[in-house]
Write a protein that binds this ligand. Structure first.
Ligand SMILES: NC(=O)C1=CN([C@@H]2O[C@H](COP(=O)(O)OP(=O)(O)OC[C@H]3O[C@@H](n4cnc5c(N)ncnc54)[C@H](O)[C@@H]3O)[C@@H](O)[C@H]2O)C=CC1
Ligand SMILES: CC(C)CCC[C@@H](C)[C@H]1CC[C@H]2C3=C(CC[C@]12C)[C@@]1(C)CCC(=O)C[C@@H]1CC3
Length: 345
């Protein structure tokens, strides 16, 4: 174990800092006077006050220079959730997270904040105002979720007040905002291919979508409240917009804001889920011959057709969390940030 870095120093590292959430987090940390080391497999921007370290988080030698003299680490790297590469998820999310914990210990880091996901409790059936006491999914719906569960368990179990190494996990849900590479681009691509005409189920299911700045706010609050005498040590926290919305209303607001038609026709949930499952199996069987990437994966269909919204009462109580940007404003700012994805652009 290395000498502990001076507590409270304003140097931190963001693993996955080139990504969507990571970059928003880095920008806010800079605003708050931190100097930031970004560790990622790619560099997607440059900013004064940020040092980039390129490497794979599974490689302890590559990680070490990024953690030098750093007291606080945010770990928000992951393979894209839409991938079905089980080996990659296991390597990065499980083995890689063990490596991150070990590297933190060796560098004398005192605080580790993990970006987990509210999906760690989601099994494809309704969750209404779910608290953090819900059990982890026994049958996770995909490899992403399966490995996010193991990752969260590893990080929370590593919390050790005696050794002065404190951890916490933030569980956001449905992050959206400017530069998101997933939600809006996939939605628009599906609309452009004429596949966003249908509502899966009756369209009344409520879901949390969380504006990226609220997720960042939750991470920084957690980091700043993480002390040996704080109740947040070793615990997971839901961070949402605290405004559950009908899944299909949210999709329609984004689509209409960008000039596309809102979905109108209803399809039964079980039919679409069954078809998505069949297509997924077919893609698996044919993988050695041809690569099929279905838009409607079982995970996406389950997310689109069930209730899944979460209580963030615990974050409000233990760390004074309150969303800083409302859903309506978040949607407006998101839509405005994608001029190139507008209908006809
Ligand atoms: N986008 C969403 O709706 C949600 C995301 N999350 C979690 O938030 C975190 C951030 O997600 P996003 O910013 O949306 O994803 P992103 O794909 O934009 O960012 C992830 C970053 O991790 C990096 N990365 C991947 N593998 C790496 C490796 N082996 N070594 C070093 N860097 C690596 C990527 O290059 C990328 O820059 C992830 O942990 C994800 O599981 C949780 C809930 C919802
Ligand atoms: C094709 C349409 C039915 C859906 C298009 C939008 C979807 C791409 C997104 C709607 C909900 C999103 C979501 C995630 C990814 C993008 C969506 C499926 C996550 C799986 C990202 C990672 C997580 O941890 C949970 C997210 C839940 C919501």
């Amino acid at each position: 174990m290395a000498t502990r870095v001076r507590p409270g120093n304003k140097r931190c590292a963001v693993i996955g800092g080139s990504g969507f959430l990571g970059r928003h987090l880095v920008e806010k940390l800079l605003d708050k006077g931190y100097t930031v080391s970004v560790f990622d497999i790619r560099q997607s921007y440059e900013l004064p006050g940020v040092t980039f370290h390129l490497g794979d988080l599974c490689d302890p030698q590559a990680l070490a220079p990024a953690l030098r003299d750093v007291s606080l680490v945010f770990h928000c790297a992951s393979p894209a959730p839409g991938s079905d590469n089980r080996a990659l998820f296991e390597t990065v999310n499980i083995k890689g997270t063990r490596t991150v914990i070990q590297a933190c210990a060796e560098a004398g880091v005192q605080k580790l904040v993990l970006t987990s996901s509210a999906s760690v409790v989601f099994e494809g059936t309704d969750i209404k105002n779910g608290g953090e006491d819900l059990p982890y999914a026994k049958k996770p719906i995909d490899y992403y979720t399966e490995t996010k569960i193991e990752q969260e368990k590893l990080v929370l179990a590593a919390c050790d007040k005696e050794k002065g190494f404190l951890t916490v996990a933030i569980r956001p849900h449905g992050i959206f905002g400017p530069r998101d590479p997933q939600l809006v681009p996939i939605l628009v691509d599906t609309a452009r291919r004429g596949k966003m005409k249908f509502i899966i189920g009756d369209g009344t299911n409520l879901v949390d979508f969380t504006f990226v700045e609220n997720v960042v706010h939750g991470h920084i609050l957690a980091a700043e409240r993480l002390r040996a005498d704080s109740p947040i040590c070793g615990k997971p926290y839901h961070i949402t917009n605290d405004e559950p919305v009908r899944f299909w209303d949210f999709m329609s607001d984004v689509l209409v804001g960008l000039g596309y038609a809102a979905p109108r026709y209803h399809l039964p949930y079980t039919l679409v889920y069954g078809l998505a499952l069949l297509l997924w199996l077919l893609a698996l069987i044919l993988r050695p011959l041809v690569s099929i990437k279905p838009t409607f994966t079982p995970m996406r269909v389950a997310l689109a057709g069930t209730h899944h919204y979460y209580s963030c009462e615990r974050a409000k109580q233990d760390m004074g969390y309150k969303p800083v940007v409302g859903l309506k404003e978040g949607i407006a700012r998101t839509v405005q940030s994608y001029p190139h994805l507008r209908q006809g652009a």
